[in-house]
Write a new protein. Structure first.
Length: 364
């Protein structure tokens, strides 16, 4: 039982968080509705379920009403994981495997009830749940770090500074504390710190909701992920994002195209935005906006990979090079190893380099 001042602070923080979450839910229920928007709504409901179920407000409720709240709270880390992927991973393709962590988390409340008579079993289930939640949260942190330099969207780059490290590290810290206090009552300061983190995180989501919804809006599929009639990658016709310039710098765009098409700077292994900006004599932020605003690209590595894979396709389709190892081709066009080359090739063309070579050379 918390002392009276801490109880007051608990109610204030919990009420503020629930109020902000209710406003977010109303916004998210408005059209247009799509999967990414529903993921955001699911995250809001999951946090709401946590605030209600962890505060003892559900103590007098029948289990029929308590169980959905507990399940929503349990699913919150998994929903945050899906939300983080939808926001930060441009190469994401939803598969049924993405549902497995949610299914595992959703089963834990039932497992608690099933093993209610065994304290050791309940502690083991709770530990496994927290470890899974920590792994999912850690993956989101890794996503925000992985593409921090190659991200071309100004608004998303800013979100990487606080949404992933801020909310992600907060969630990871709380999960680790909860694991540490699994056999003891949590101290009052940790309880209030948890609620303060939720309230501040919800406030941040409320302030940046328009940017989030813009970034989460599904984009028209790029024809760059398909083959033309002659079996080569089609050009990219993506529409630019709204944070790109309305009137691109034509001289700068011409220098960029010359550097990529004639000088073939994309062949340089580990080429980064700063390197290309220095070569062109442009500020880094201007180059990011140019590539995004004029060419519709959201990620610098994906932009480079279009040139690299086009060159790789030409070599793979050349009968005179049928004996040339795929690894040699990958290294020649600028990839550091075979793994990233295979993943980028399949993401763009829907087949592996070896499958493409067999198709073009008429081999079985």
């Amino acid at each position: 039982m918390l002392p009276a001042p801490e109880q007051t602070a608990d109610l204030l923080l919990r009420g503020a968080g629930l109020g902000l979450l209710a406003l977010l839910a109303v916004r998210l229920l408005q059209p247009p509705r799509h999967l990414n928007r529903l993921l955001c709504l699911g995250l809001v409901l999951g946090i709401s379920g946590y605030l209600l179920s962890s505060g003892g407000f559900d103590a007098d409720m029948p289990m029929l009403f308590r169980l959905p709240l507990i399940m929503l709270a349990t699913l919150a880390p998994g929903l945050f994981w899906l939300f983080g992927q939808a926001l930060f991973d441009d190469e994401l393709h939803w598969r049924w495997l993405h549902a497995l962590p949610l299914i595992a988390l959703a089963l834990t409340p039932g497992a608690w009830l099933l093993f209610a008579h065994s304290a050791a079993a309940r502690q083991t289930i709770e530990l496994l749940q927290h470890l899974l939640a920590a792994l999912l949260t850690g993956h989101v942190l890794w996503l925000t770090w992985r593409d921090r330099n190659s991200d071309l969207l100004t608004k998303r780059r800013l979100l990487r500074l606080w949404l992933g490290p801020g909310i992600g590290l907060y969630m990871l810290t709380i999960l680790l504390f909860e694991i540490g206090y699994a056999n003891n009552d949590e101290p009052g300061w940790l309880h209030l710190l948890n609620l303060l983190g939720i309230a501040l995180g919800t406030l941040g989501l409320s302030i940046k909701l328009d940017d989030l919804l813009e970034l989460l809006t599904p984009r028209q599929a790029s024809v760059g992920n398909m083959l033309t009639e002659d079996g080569h990658p089609a050009p990219n016709n993506r529409q630019p994002d709204s944070d790109g310039p309305g009137n691109p710098d034509e001289p700068a765009l011409q220098r960029l195209q010359q550097a990529m098409q004639e000088a073939q700077l994309w062949r340089r292994e580990s080429l980064e935005v700063a390197d290309l900006a220095s070569h062109l004599g442009l500020a880094e932020y201007r180059l990011r906006r140019l590539i995004n605003g004029a060419l519709g690209q959201r990620n610098f590595n994906s932009y480079l990979n279009q040139f690299r894979i086009q060159a790789a396709c030409e070599q793979l389709a050349d009968p005179a090079r049928r004996r040339l190892p795929v690894l040699s081709i990958a290294l020649d066009v600028g990839f550091a190893s075979i793994g990233p080359f295979n993943r980028a090739f399949k993401a763009q063309l829907g087949m592996t380099p070896s499958e493409y070579r067999r198709q073009k050379l008429g081999e079985n």
